[in-house]
Design a binder for this molecule. Structure first.
Ligand SMILES: Cc1ncc(COP(=O)(O)O)c(C=O)c1O
Length: 365
């Protein structure tokens, strides 16, 4: 029984008829941009996160650029960002005029810490992006205590819970991606910004709409970056299920633990007090190649997502000048995502662990 890296089909199967009917209703309404579905989702998603407001945008990358600009980030500023993340976490910074400054992460949680952030702060730092990587929850409050505003990159952490609340309501603002494979995914591109600061929310609303309130007068250079009505309607039908899907992701992690995975590799560690809804289940080992061979040989999915960390990407060369990030480099080499979904069963987890064990034995033979 091959186990795929992720399974977005099975959890949605019971909602199929409901979603298709709702899509028909939106089509019949002829209202496709910034209508009642987006407004409804913004209200419901803000409530879910425990944030004051949510603003639907076109994707999780533009969500970061717009949120940074809404926080007042611009030319001459620096934004601290972890290099061990998806490229977009840093790619979204230069379009604001600011410069990315790369920081390291904790080897067990994959998240930034007050210490790794502190090492990257300068008098020019205007904001810190804390990525809730793989669904773990970065220590946002402790980092904001350093005296800098935090933008949470929560693209991978919908459904997770931290010691101080949900991602989306921990920092000054937060961003989400609704890319189809995410914990809460739509049927195309989509994203959102959440914040408790009404002024930040207002600036983000204007920026996503060409820098305008009315599409007649234009106050700022903005973006055409809106979540559309069809995607919002699809997301609204899924949101009530996010909690049980998050439980399923946590249960999948437990299945791996019970199947003895921790005896073979290092397991991801939740940050203190966190209950991660694992978006990706990422193990660490010095012997990832043998493990990958074992998994692919048995037909199971696996992937090293960030083998080249962001600060070593060609496009980032001018921002990386001489920075050394030893934990990031080690994680880039030793991490491996193995199958994870809200419906991963104990039998599937057992099969994956068996294949990892066989891969390691084979490599020793
Ligand atoms: C950590 C992180 N940040 C940002 C993004 C960008 O989101 P999107 O693909 O919706 O632009 C993603 C998702 O791909 C991500 O994983």
């Amino acid at each position: 029984m091959p186990v795929p890296l992720f399974d977005t089909t099975t959890p949605l199967a019971p909602l199929r008829e409901q979603i298709l009917a709702r899509i028909g209703e939106v089509v019949d309404s002829s209202r496709f941009i910034l209508g009642p579905e987006v407004e409804g989702l913004e209200r419901e998603f803000a409530d879910y996160c425990g944030a004051g407001e949510a603003i639907g945008v076109a994707n999780g990358t533009e969500a970061i650029t717009i949120a940074l600009r809404a926080l007042g980030v611009g030319a001459g500023d620096e934004v601290v960002v972890p290099s061990f993340s998806f490229y977009a976490s840093a790619e979204a910074i230069p379009p604001t005029g600011a410069t990315p400054v790369f920081c390291d992460v904790d080897p067990e949680t994959f998240c930034v810490t007050p210490e790794t952030v502190k090492a990257a702060l300068t008098p020019h730092t205007k904001a810190v992006i804390t990525v809730h990587l793989f669904g773990n929850v970065a220590p946002v409050r402790e980092i904001e205590a350093l005296g800098v505003p935090v933008l949470e990159d929560a693209a991978q952490a919908a459904g997770s819970l931290g010691a101080d609340g949900r991602p989306g309501a921990l920092g000054t603002a937060a961003t989400f991606s609704f890319f189809p494979s995410k914990n809460l995914g739509c049927f195309g591109d989509g994203g959102a910004i959440t914040t408790n600061d009404a002024e930040v929310a207002e600036r983000a609303r204007v920026l996503r709409f060409h820098g305008s309130h009315d599409k007649v007068s234009y106050e700022r250079i903005g973006y055409n970056s809106r979540l559309d009505e069809l995607q919002a309607a699809i997301l609204r039908l899924q949101l009530p299920h996010l909690e049980s899907w998050a439980d399923g992701r946590r249960a999948a992690g437990e299945h791996y633990r019970r199947a003895g995975l921790g005896e073979l590799v290092s397991l991801p560690a939740p940050t203190t007090g966190a209950r991660p809804a694992w978006h990706l289940y990422v193990i660490r080992s010095e012997r990832v190649q043998a493990i990958e061979a074992g998994l692919t040989g048995a037909g199971h999915g696996c992937k090293g997502y960030y083998r080249t960390p962001i600060h070593r990407q060609t496009a980032m060369a001018s921002y990386a000048n001489g920075v050394t990030l030893p934990v990031t480099d080690e994680l880039a080499r030793t991490h491996l995502a193995i199958p994870m979904s809200p419906v991963l069963s104990s039998e599937q987890a057992g099969a994956v662990v068996d294949a990892i064990r066989e891969g390691l034995v084979e490599a020793n033979a």
